[in-house]
Design a binder for this molecule. Structure first.
Ligand SMILES: Cc1cc2nc3c(=O)[nH]c(=O)nc-3n(C[C@H](O)[C@H](O)[C@H](O)COP(=O)(O)OP(=O)(O)OC[C@H]3O[C@@H](n4cnc5c(N)ncnc54)[C@H](O)[C@@H]3O)c2cc1C
Length: 463
C-alpha cells in the first residue's frame, strides 16, 4: 500500500500542498482505523485511512485475547470476520490459572473455556483487516499533523514522510513515526477520525496530555516454533500465572499454527528495572532485555523455570519490552462541532490486564459505523455525521472509561489513587464479584451499553 492514488494527492513541496476531498478520513491504520474503514465499506460509505508508517504495522510480538464482546463487534463490522480471525489463532478449549508465591506453585485450576475467548496474534487481526479494504483507500507514510474546522467539516493536514525516513525515525515505544516531511496533503472531510493510537496527534490537538506510566514493565514475545524446541507448551493450551508476592502476572499460550506466546508483567513502580531510560521506553530487542526479563523472575529451580527456559531459547530480537502506559480520560472525544472524533487507544488507551483495549476499540468501530449509516443517510449529510458522532460518544464514552479506570486499578500506581473510595475496603469475594460483574456487562455487548442494571457495581446512570 503506497502513497495515495487520488488525483492531486501526490507528494509535493510544503509550499504547494496537495488536496483531497473525502467523506471520511481516518488517521491511523491500526485495529480501530482499519475496523472502522471496513465497517463503513460494508455500509456503502467510503473512508480513506492515513497511516504514518510505511505499511499497516504487524510488529509488536503480541497476542490479543479475543473476548466475546470483541467477537460480536467484529461480526457487526463485517459478517463472518470473527470466524476468519479466530481460525488464525488458538480457540483455547480450556484455560488454566496458576497462582504462585515467589515462584512456588500454590494453586492450579483448569476449566473449560465457556466464554469462548480465543488467543489470536495481533498481526493476524491487522493483516485480515488491512486486506479487506481496497488498497487505494489506505495511504501510508501520511502522518496527521493538525486539523482546522471549516464549514460542514474539517481540513486535516498530513505530513508525507519518505519510506526510509519513516523507518529510521520510528519509535516503537511511542508508536510514532518521526522524520522530516517531504510534502503535505490537505484533506477536506466531513469527518476526521482520530484512530492514531495512544500518542494520538488528534487527541493532542484536542488538549490531551501525554500518556502516564502505570508502574509496570512488560515483556512479550511471539515466536513460530514448529519443531516445539523453544517454548515448552502444548498445542491449544493457554495459561495465566499470577504471583502477588513477586509482583508478576503473565501468560504462556499457544497462539495457533505453532506460534507461541509469552508475556510477563512485573511491578516496577519506580522504573528502576530499566533505569536511565525515559518514561516512553520500549521496543523490540532492546540490549540486555533477556537478562533483565530473566533477572526479574524470583529464585531458581521453581515454577518460573518454564519461563526462564523460553526466554533463553528465543532470540533477544524477539522480545518486546515496554513500560505500560494509559491516558487520562478527556472531557470529550468530539471536536469541531461533531466533525472530529476519537476512537480506540486515542480515546481510551488502557492497562492490558483486563484485555479490553482492542475489544473496546472494535466496539467503537462497530458502533460508529452503525450510527453513521443510520444518521448520515445515503447522501452522507454533514448534519447527520455530527449527530452520529455525538450519539456515538453518548453510548461508548462512559463504558470505555469505566473499563479503563478499572484496568488502572490493577496497575502498580497507589491503590488510594486508582480505586474509588467506596471500593477501597471491599473483601476478597466482593472484589471478585466486582470484576466478574464487569466482565458480564462487557460480554452482554451490544446490550446495555450504558451499564448493567442487573449488577451491583456497574449500573447505568439514572437519567
Ligand atoms: C502489551 C499489550 C498487550 C495487549 N493485549 C491486549 C489484549 O489481550 N486484548 C485487548 O483487547 N487489547 C490488548 N491490548 C491493547 C490493544 O493492542 C490496543 O487497544 C489496540 O491496538 C488499539 O487500537 P488503535 O487502532 O486505537 O491503536 P493502534 O493499534 O495503536 O493503531 C494506531 C495506528 O496509528 C498510527 N499513527 C500514530 N500516529 C499517527 C499519526 N499522527 N498519523 C497517522 N497515523 C498515526 C500508528 O502507526 C498505528 O498504526 C494490548 C496492548 C499492549 C500494549
Amino acid at each position: 500500500m503506497g502513497p495515495p492514488s487520488q488525483p492531486g494527492s501526490e507528494a509535493r513541496s510544503v509550499s504547494d500542498p496537495a488536496f483531497m476531498n473525502v467523506d471520511v478520513a481516518i488517521a491511523g491504520a491500526g485495529l480501530g482505523g482499519l475496523a472502522l474503514a471496513l465497517g463503513l465499506k460494508e455500509r456503502g460509505i467510503t473512508a480513506h485511512v492515513f497511516e504514518a508508517a510505511p505499511a499497516p504495522r504487524t510488529d509488536g510480538g503480541t497476542v490479543i485475547g479475543f473476548f466475546p464482546n470483541g467477537q460480536t463487534a467484529l461480526n457487526g463490522v463485517s459478517p463472518g470476520l470473527t470466524d476468519r480471525i479466530k481460525a488464525r489463532g488458538n480457540r483455547c478449549p480450556s484455560l488454566t490459572s496458576i497462582r504462585l508465591c515467589d515462584g512456588v506453585l500454590e494453586e492450579e485450576l483448569k476449566r473449560d473455556n465457556q466464554s469462548g475467548i480465543a488467543m489470536v496474534p495481533w498481526k493476524d487481526f491487522q493483516e485480515i483487516l488491512a486486506s479487506s479494504i481496497p488498497p487505494e483507500q489506505i495511504h501510508c507514510n501520511h502522518r496527521l499533523q493538525k486539523f482546522t474546522p471549516v464549514e460542514g467539516g474539517v481540513e486535516a493536514v498530513f505530513d508525507i514522510i519518505g519510506d526510509s525516513d519513516a523507518r529510521e525515525n520510528y519509535s516503537a515505544s511511542s508508536n510514532a513515526y518521526g522524520g522530516a516531511a517531504i510534502g503535505q496533503l490537505t484533506v477536506r472531510t466531513k469527518l476526521l477520525v482520530g484512530a492514531d493510537g495512544i500518542r494520538s496527534n488528534v487527541r493532542k490537538a484536542m488538549g490531551g496530555k501525554p500518556p502516564q506510566y502505570l508502574g509496570d514493565l512488560h515483556w512479550n514475545l511471539l515466536v513460530h516454533d514448529p519443531d516445539e524446541t523453544m517454548v515448552p507448551i502444548k498445542d491449544e493450551s493457554h495459561m495465566r500465572f499470577a504471583d502477588e508476592k513477586a509482583g508478576i502476572v503473565g501468560f504462556l499460550s499457544d497462539a495457533g499454527h505453532k506460534w507461541r506466546f509469552l508475556s510477563v508483567r512485573k511491578a516496577d513502580p519506580d522504573g528502576k528495572i530499566v533505569a536511565g531510560y525515559g518514561p516512553e521506553f520500549g521496543g523490540l530487542g532492546k540490549p540486555g532485555v533477556k537478562e533483565r526479563a530473566i533477572g526479574a523472575l524470583p529464585g531458581s529451580d521453581n515454577w518460573y523455570d518454564v519461563v526462564r527456559e523460553t526466554l533463553r531459547n528465543v532470540a533477544e530480537s524477539d522480545i518486546f519490552e515496554r513500560r505500560i502506559m494509559d491516558n487520562v480520560a478527556l472531557d470529550t472525544w468530539v471536536a469541531a462541532d461533531g466533525h472530529v472524533v476519537l476512537i480506540g487507544d486515542a480515546a481510551h488507551a488502557m492497562h492490558p490486564i483486563v484485555g479490553q483495549g482492542a475489544m473496546q476499540t472494535f466496539e467503537d468501530a462497530h458502533q460508529l459505523a452503525e450510527l453513521l449509516k443510520k444518521e448520515a443517510g445515503p447522501d452522507f449529510s454533514t448534519d447527520g455525521v455530527a449527530t452520529a458522532v455525538h450519539r456515538f460518544e453518548k453510548v461508548k464514552k462512559r463504558r470505555a472509561e469505566l473499563v479503563q479506570a478499572f484496568s488502572r486499578e490493577a496497575s502498580s500506581l497507589p491503590k488510594e489513587v486508582t480505586v474509588p473510595a467506596e471500593y477501597q475496603d471491599l473483601s476478597g469475594p466482593e472484589k471478585l464479584q466486582r470484576f466478574s460483574q464487569l466482565n458480564t456487562w462487557m460480554q452482554r455487548y451490544p446490550d446495555v451499553l450504558g451499564g448493567d442494571p442487573d449488577s451491583v457495581y456497574w449500573k447505568p446512570l439514572e437519567s
